[in-house]
Design a protein around this ligand. Structure first.
Ligand code: 4AD
Ligand code: MG
Length: 488
């Protein structure tokens, strides 16, 4: 039965099963005989009792008793490891915590309470030994996330980080499913671009390494200055000329010099754009639904992995998350938010003033004030938002139809807006920002079947921090990049 799960198709239809029945070599795992059984499948009972099983993985524990040695093997498919029962006669001398092994044996019901299934080993092969002294992780020790961060090339071997990576993978799948189920088309927006969508100047320039080293003239590989993208929004906006709902999910880059627990130089952003949209409400509805649907999906698919964080890393987060999922998100205007901050009588490091961007301390206060429920702040001052945000034409406190979603413990998770589709207003805004020539193509979109539209961007790492209660953004991405650090 487990063979069926290897390919996720009914028996007989899957390419692996077909190759096996035809006696061909199994290309999937590079093996010529029995296919590998994933430990997650063995433990879930999908495999049942089975002879001639082969597992591969890394040793998480070794416990020698008088006659028998028990090993626990993990292959990354589940948090729980598979117990291996090794009888005397099997050569396990050099097998230590962290070793890579391949084991053949019989999968049986376990007589022990701790697990349902165990593997009685017939043969154990040491594939890669692990230096017991130099290996930075010690058996039975609970290492802090901060400690593990020193070893980006090794931390996937810990239970905590492998749980994180499975959750990250599931979250990514949940987000794609949400968009697919709701009729959005996935667009691959470019990584190299000639625009600075956000206008904040936090750009990494792209040139061939040989160019920068050898040439001192002003020529560019692409003839124009080009950069790693800070957002795929403008490219998604192009697509709203032909598709009513689009999204993208990819890496974005910001040369921000901040070393905070919420900023990275390379992070993943989920962005969506909706055509024929005249109200921020429509955008906020998708933002809220995406958060709630994807989170519920992750909680149901990876309960053990999520529990590890909620139990040991961020106690209390489970309850906080339940509140977020259960309650409708709150909505405040920026002007109301400033009023709340003024009335708080609290001393902030940065005094809240109408016209200034909200600081983390302000965001945290607002979320607490609203009962630790996510809060949409809408209608920001015209002067602090990028050129594309739609003018509310409301003076004297002049605002644009922009929205940020503030989350407990995280602050800003999403940013979005309606986009300025009115050509005259857009032109004067571009002129004001000194962008008249750069964005001719953007202006041109307004001539050919242009429609009111809007969208948002969600910081994927901040999203993971938010659901798991992880303090530092560097602990939710496999290889964090930030100023003064690009290890590996
Ligand atoms: O608010 P931002 O800058 O919005 C945009 O880029 C829009 N163009 C998106 C759109 O409307 N399509 O970024 C969106 C989100 C933020 O709310 C935050 O969660 C995350 O991206 N983010 C970062 N995450 C990690 N490190 C950084 N340096 C981040 N900067 C933004
Ligand atoms: Mg923002």
């Amino acid at each position: 039965m487990w063979r069926r799960r290897l390919v996720g198709l009914p028996l007989g239809l899957g390419p692996v099963a077909k190759r096996r029945s035809e006696g061909l070599q199994c290309l999937f795992h590079g093996c010529s005989s029995d296919a590998r059984l994933q430990i997650g499948d063995a433990l879930s009972g999908a495999a049942g009792e089975e002879e001639n099983v082969r597992v591969q993985g890394w040793v998480r524990s070794v416990r020698a008793q008088k006659e028998i040695t028990f090993l626990h093997i993990n292959d990354g498919s589940s948090l729980q490891s598979l117990q291996i029962v090794a009888h005397p006669g099997l050569d396990i001398r050099n097998i230590t915590f962290g070793s890579a092994v391949e084991i053949w044996g019989k999968l049986v019901q376990s007589p022990h309470k701790k697990q349902n299934i165990e593997l009685r080993a017939d043969k154990i092969k040491l594939v890669g030994s692990c230096h017991p002294v130099n290996f930075p992780f010690k058996i039975k020790e609970r290492h802090s996330l901060e400690y593990m961060r020193q070893f980006p090339h090794l931390r996937c071997k810990t239970n905590v980080f492998s749980s994180l990576l499975r959750i990250r993978s599931e979250a990514s799948a949940a987000i794609h499913s949400f968009f697919k189920d709701n009729g959005f088309v996935h667009i691959h927006t470019p990584i190299i671009t000639s625009n600075d969508c956000e206008g904040a100047g936090e750009l990494f320039q792209v040139e061939p390494a040989s160019n920068t080293a050898e040439k001192n003239d002003n020529s560019h590989f692409f003839d124009v200055p080009s950069f790693l993208t800070v957002s795929g929004q403008l490219h998604l906006e192009v697509m709203t000329g032909a598709f009513t709902q689009v999204y993208t999910f990819g890496p974005t880059f910001r040369a921000e010099n901040s070393q905070t627990r919420r900023h990275l130089a390379e992070f993943y952003m989920v962005e969506a754009e909706l055509a024929f949209t005249e109200s921020l409400k429509d955008i906020m509805e998708v933002m809220e639904n995406l958060f709630k649907t994807a989170t519920s999906h992750i909680l149901s698919k990876r309960p053990d992995d999520v529990e590890l964080f909620h139990k040991y890393i961020a106690p209390g987060q489970k309850g906080r998350l339940e509140q977020m999922l259960k309650n409708p998100f709150q909505v405040l205007s920026y002007t109301e938010a400033i009023g709340i901050l003024h009335r708080s009588m609290k001393t902030f490091k940065f005094e809240p003033k109408w016209g200034c961007d909200l600081q983390t301390e302000h965001e945290n206060y607002l979320v607490e004030h609203c009962g630790n429920i996510p809060v949409f702040v809408i209608n920001y001052p015209y002067d602090i938002k990028p050129f594309y945000a739609r003018d509310n034409q409301d003076g004297p406190q002049h605002t644009v139809a922009a929205v940020d979603l503030l989350m407990p413990g995280i602050g800003e998770l999403y940013g979005g807006s309606l986009r300025e589709e009115r050509l005259d207003l857009l032109q004067s805004r571009l002129k004001q920002h000194g962008h008249k020539d750069t964005y001719q193509w953007y202006e041109e979109l307004r001539h050919f079947g242009s429609v009111p539209h809007g969208g948002f961007g969600l910081g994927f790492e901040r999203y993971l921090q938010c659901i798991l209660g992880i303090e530092n953004i560097k602990d939710v991405i496999p290889f964090p990049r930030f100023s003064h650090s690009c290890f590996l």
